[in-house]
Design a protein around this ligand. Structure first.
Ligand code: OAD
Length: 243
């Protein structure tokens, strides 16, 4: 490698469904084009929710219940261990709505320079449709779940649906502009804006690495590729990274 001999201070890691796959959470882009038996438009758009709130709530109720059956794997733990020992800045951006990163970091408390952003929302949070207030939510949500925050409001999953704006984009872009290392783990790179993060990191002069089961459609945008199951490839990659 040339051009990346500088010491690393700022790290940005982007994760996708592939990091949770070995925990038993299904990925999105299965060969049948369906998401757990549903068309994406039905369950992951504001229009789908408006047309059939019962179906949409039931879909996310099932996903939320499934969280009780899965645990963080060695890849989540490796990132939590890195966050505990890393003295520079470390922003972990996940597209996943599960809480497996959160649980890994709860067991291994991170250092001061660490931050976790769920850019596509979280299954264990709900949002008021009128006030926008977000609150923790651990059980099922009814089709017409009343909001405690607004008399005409309803509670909906705090999930970024297609056509909605991902969360905390300014913060993420600022970290990408300042990072020295960008690692994309277990994401197909099919959904923007996350798929464009590698370009922003490259403009910043960062070393860019893709970790995946196989090269993705954007693999050529990365300086390096590490290919194998996340539970093996992620711990191995970060073990060698010097603080
Ligand atoms: P995808 O399902 O599109 O891609 C999963 C990626 O993980 C693929 O590139 C697989 O090769 C890789 N993969 C699978 N198993 C793996 C393993 N054990 N180890 C390493 N890699 C593995 O999921 P995402 O890229 O996360 O958005 O999808 C992005 C967004 O599209 C999601 O956040 C979701 C979806 O629509 C919203 O819900 C808003």
């Amino acid at each position: 490698m040339t051009g990346h001999a500088e010491p690393i201070h700022g790290i940005v890691v982007l994760t996708g469904a592939g990091i949770s796959a070995e925990s038993g959470v299904p990925t999105f882009r299965a060969s049948d084009g369906l998401w757990c038996g549903h068309r994406v438009e039905e369950v992951a758009t504001p229009e789908g929710y408006a047309a059939n709130p019962a179906l949409v709530q039931d879909f996310y109720n099932q996903r939320r219940r499934q969280l009780a059956e899965v645990r963080p794997n060695a890849a989540h733990v490796a990132l939590a261990e890195l966050a505990a020992r890393w003295e520079g800045d470390f922003l972990l951006v996940t597209q996943n709505v599960d809480d497996l990163h959160d649980r890994a970091h709860a067991e291994i408390p991170p250092g001061a320079g660490f931050e976790l952003i769920h850019m596509h929302g979280e299954l264990l949070k709900a949002r008021c449709t009128r006030s926008g207030v977000v609150m923790d939510w651990f059980g099922d949500m009814a089709a017409d779940e009343a909001s405690p925050h607004h008399p005409q409001g309803r509670m909906r999953p705090h999930i970024v649906w297609f056509g909605e704006m991902p969360l905390a984009m300014e913060r993420i872009e600022a970290a990408l502009a300042a990072c020295d290392l960008f690692v994309s783990i277990g994401t197909s790179g099919a959904v923007y804006p996350a798929a464009g993060f590698v370009q922003l990191a490259r403009y910043a002069g960062a070393r860019t690495v893709e970790i995946n089961l196989e090269p993705t459609q954007g693999a050529r945008l990365f300086d390096e590729g590490v290919y194998g199951p996340a539970t093996e490839a992620v711990p191995a990659f970060f073990r060698d990274l010097q603080t």
